[in-house]
Design a protein around this ligand. Structure first.
Ligand code: KE4
Length: 432
């Protein structure tokens, strides 16, 4: 590993003009320390920094690069489309084709609207849910992340004060109060919220497999209880599948867990690494969105032709028979290798996983909600992260994120990563 001196210089200069030197907070490595990576290029399972270091990449652009970086079919589609112009601000047949592929994979998406980020997708889904139900409150889960729209930057108030309190300056309390928070996997707390706000809750938004507190799995019947409860209460169920969509299966988590949501949000994978996201679902709900209905939502780059082409080529690869079986087999090898390395190290650590999504928690028990996840030893995670990075393995720089396995990760990548994990855990244990 060469010293990351050029990365450091660029990052220092970036801090003079880019806030925090980055364009998204997690990239600043604040949770793990050390100099953030400055990437020069990527190919397959590899990232290369500006100092010429090579890393096996398990961030995969936060899940978007399920095929790996610079997949030839995706790259040539983008090149071909770019030569035809990069944005028209008008409809194309491409967005129709991608929408049809999405709907075929997720039949609950009867109507679709493309936007440019997951934040736009979830923000818009909540807006149309409020319009459809004529109710103002929404329920989200502690540790759930749905992008940075004001209403989502709300956390559980203290004690019984179930009204949300703003988790970020700049979010007026009156906005935050319209978001009610419940612990993940705790259906009784959601029932209590509905009892306290009968007829006032427009929707429940949930990551069907939580991945923004680290990977936390839904307990048996949690999701179907949520589905039953929302239906009974006349509220909409929004599955935020920005991470799980086309990740856990072609049909997303909703196909794995057999849940038929009213609305679904997607992002990351459907843009093939370019900015594209979507929200959609019941036709009677989505028909309220302009220009069909009065709920306004718009976007200059929505349905961008390059992103549509990249998404189409990506989904074509995902539709190939056996894609997910092969991907999950790779992930299973990594997961069992990590578990063996943890057992050898004697450290209190757990691997929590769903398909090709996983988190190594430095915790005594596998978290089932955010309170559990927050008990993880983030110092130990930070030390482990840096040990892995210095061995050429790039993990998400936060205990509360997920590792992503891509189709480009080879058997030798997996073996090398397991060996690096074994050595890194030993180094961390050796410091105790
Ligand atoms: P974007 O606005 O970042 O495209 O999507 C927001 C979003 C919505 N829903 C879920 C479940 C998400 O995970 C996200 C964004 N995920 C983070 C990673 N945990 C993006 C990485 C970042 O913030 O830089």
């Amino acid at each position: 590993m060469k010293p990351r001196s050029h990365s450091r210089t660029i990052f220092q200069q970036a801090q003079e003009i880019l806030v925090g030197g980055v364009n998204s907070p997690v990239r600043a490595f604040k949770a793990v320390g050390g100099d953030p990576l400055v990437v020069e290029r990527a190919q397959g399972s590899r990232l290369y920094d500006v100092d010429g270091n090579e890393y096996i990449d398990f961030v995969c652009s936060w899940g978007a690069m399920i095929l790996g970086h610079a997949h030839p079919a995706v790259t040539s589609a983008i090149q071909d489309q770019a030569a035809r112009g990069t944005s028209y601000g008008m409809s194309t047949e491409l967005e129709l084709e991608l929408a049809r592929r999405i709907q075929k994979a997720m039949p609950a998406m009867e109507m679709v609207r493309f936007v440019s980020s997951g934040t736009e997708a979830t923000m818009s889904a909540v807006r149309v849910a409020r319009a459809f139900t004529r109710r103002n409150f929404i329920v989200k889960f502690d540790g759930g992340y749905h992008g940075h729209a004001d209403g989502f930057l709300s956390q559980a108030g203290s004690g019984l004060a179930t009204l949300g309190i703003a988790s970020s300056p700049g979010v007026p309390e009156c906005f935050a109060e319209l978001t009610l928070n419940a612990p993940y996997n705790d259906i009784a707390s959601v029932e209590r919220l509905f009892d306290a706000h009968r007829g006032e809750i427009a929707a429940v938004i949930v990551e069907p497999v939580a991945a923004n507190m680290g990977v936390v799995l839904p307990e048996e019947s949690f999701l179907c209880n949520l589905r039953e409860l929302t239906r009974k209460e006349g509220a909409l169920l929004i599955l935020d599948e920005v991470i799980t969509g086309f990740r856990l299966a072609l049909g997303g988590a909703q196909s794995v867990y057999g849940i038929h949501p009213d609305l679904t949000t997607l992002g990351k994978i459907i843009g093939g690494g370019l900015p594209a996201a979507a929200y959609g679902g019941r036709a009677d709900v989505m028909s309220l969105v302009a220009p069909s209905g009065p709920v306004y939502q718009a976007g200059t780059l929505s349905g961008n032709p390059l992103a549509m082409r990249a998404g189409i080529e990506t989904l074509k690869q995902l539709e190939a028979p056996g894609f997910y079986e092969q991907l999950n087999k790779k992930a299973e090898r990594l997961i069992s290798g990590f578990r063996m390395a943890v057992a050898e190290s004697g450290l209190a650590a757990q691997v929590s996983a769903a398909g090709s999504l996983l988190t190594l928690f430095f915790a005594k028990v596998t978290p089932s909600d955010y309170e559990d996840a927050k008990r993880s030893d983030t110092q130990e995670f930070g030390a482990f992260f840096l040990e892995m990075l210095n061995r050429g393995v790039f993990l998400p720089p936060s205990q509360f994120e997920a590792l992503f396995v891509s189709a480009a990760h080879s058997d030798s990548d997996i073996d090398r990563t397991i060996e690096a994990c074994r050595e890194s855990l030993k180094a961390v244990a050796g410091r105790k």
